[in-house]
Ligand binder design. Sequence first.
Ligand code: C5P
Length: 238
Amino acid sequence: MEKRELLYEGKAKALYTTDSENLLVQYFKDDTTAFDGAKKEKLEDKGVINCAISTKIFEFLEKNGIKTHFVELLSPREMLVKRCEIIPVEVVVRNIAAGSFSRRYGVKEGTVLKEPLTELFYKSDELHDPMVCPNHVYLFGWASREELAFMIKEALKINELLKNFFNNVDITLVDFKLEFGRYNGEIILADEITPDSCRLWDKSTGEVLDKDRFRRDMGKVVESYKEIYRRIMERYGE
Ligand code: C5P
């Protein structure tokens, strides 16, 4: 497999074509952004840790029947992924109130929701990822009714699997964001699952271990990501 040219560069990752038209290289950068890129910093080794965490999570999900774009880890910052057509709808799953949910609805951060909540956002930097409802998704043709129903069902299944995955390493899964893509007539999980895209709190102390440390200038961002990875490897490493 040969890495060819840069296809797309996002805020935290880049995608490269390969000599196979169905495969891409997903490269994890150290760049860390928040508030639509208004806050930006390079955090040494963040890309390596995120690539490693995402790999362990994709492998775990695949083992549990979730189809993902992950093929294999190529190097500390690079994974081989299936080239799918990304659906521009972010699916957020929440177990505990935090972040934009707390702000939007005035619910105290940390309030346990009585059931997992799914929310949809239109993936658009220019429009600042506006929240949308299913009718927007159909009207704008981003996904069909069947596709969206599948994405939401799959997101809730992933939530149950990941709640358990993190609970086993004494971490509470507060919320997370997923992206899906079309590949060979199927919908598969794409993008990444990392502390950049999830809220993760230490189960016993409540300590924030995710990107909120960066958003809120709490310091020790990479150290916290490393701690998550350490616990995952201790429990799930070969
Ligand atoms: O900001 P908000 O509370 O809506 O975020 C919910 C979850 O989705 C958080 O875990 C956040 O890190 C993640 N997210 C993301 N990318 C976005 C928006 C949210 O990874 N563009």
